[in-house]
Design a protein around this ligand. Sequence first.
Ligand SMILES: [Zn+2]
Ligand SMILES: [Zn+2]
Length: 361
Amino acid sequence: MASLYDTLGVAKNASPDEIKKAYRKLARELHPDRNPGNAEAEEKFKSVQSAYDVLSDPEKRKQYDAFGNGRPGGGPGPGGFDFDFGNVDLGDIFGGIFSRGRGGGQARRPAAEKGADVEAVVNVSFEDSLRGVQTQIPVELVTACSECGGSGAQPGTAPVICPECNGRGVKAESQGLFSLSQPCPRCRGNGTVIEKPCPQCNGSGRERRTKRYSVRIPEGVKDGTRIRLAGKGEAGLRGGPAGDLYVVTRVATSPVFQRRGPADLEVEVPVTYAEAALGSSVDVPSPYGGRLSLKVPAGSETGKLLRLKGHGAPRLKGSGKGDLIARLRLTVPKKLSKKQKQLLEEYARATQEAPREEVFG
Ligand SMILES: [Zn+2]
Ligand SMILES: [Zn+2]
């Protein structure tokens, strides 16, 4: 009977690495896809698999070396050495080694995972919030390692199929009649192991870096507006898509204008008693520079709100602009010219002569 070493074509003192290399070479050669309908190749494949299972495990190999192909002290009974290969599922083996589902395979690789979303705050002046602005945002991100491209393996090398589980990510452990599947301890379920880790990321495949994104802040943003940049977040895991970047705007306050509602702006407009009482046309500062003319109707009281349609902030959703709301504030002059004083005294006398219900209600 050929020894397990003969089956793999290696010397009895072969190193684990030599055994692994021989096994992988034979497994590929004897793959049934390359030998369709060849029962002999399939049988050989099984023997190679069986031999590798023993010789790749230091404990099993030690036992095999000590007792050979038979039970300790026993005769050459059927089954011989106490490993049962009767239920080797070729689908599992092929599925693992060649990454092909063959039905029946239980390989459960961890699923690809979307990278984390990231939030970055950007400060915007009040003027830029109305006009929009192109800006650079530094974002600290975990990205795919620039050295190894995210594989975690030293450049020039690649992760190899885990020799412990043959890429399945799970290990079946025979316990009497039952076979329990457990995550492979060597590759932690990944199915691959990194033999030479990338020196830059120590095999994690990821690194923390500050990236600078050029972002267009749209016109009309408010304090706390969130802008989503799809795919600009952290790198995904195991080939998953990158997360999103949320840019949150911090808009500086204006000494003149206040935001109201979705797209309105409010401005305080001082008017004299005469302007308010008689009605007039007054100048109002425009949020976009220059001045606008506001018609104050006769009899306006302090606190009255007047709308200048379409002179507010740009609408973030939809088109056009909100309104500029003028809030009237009656001013009282602190100094009066001689003429003004005369006129006001005359006005006061006239008011005393007039009925006073209006004042006291
Ligand atoms: Zn790396
Ligand atoms: Zn493994």
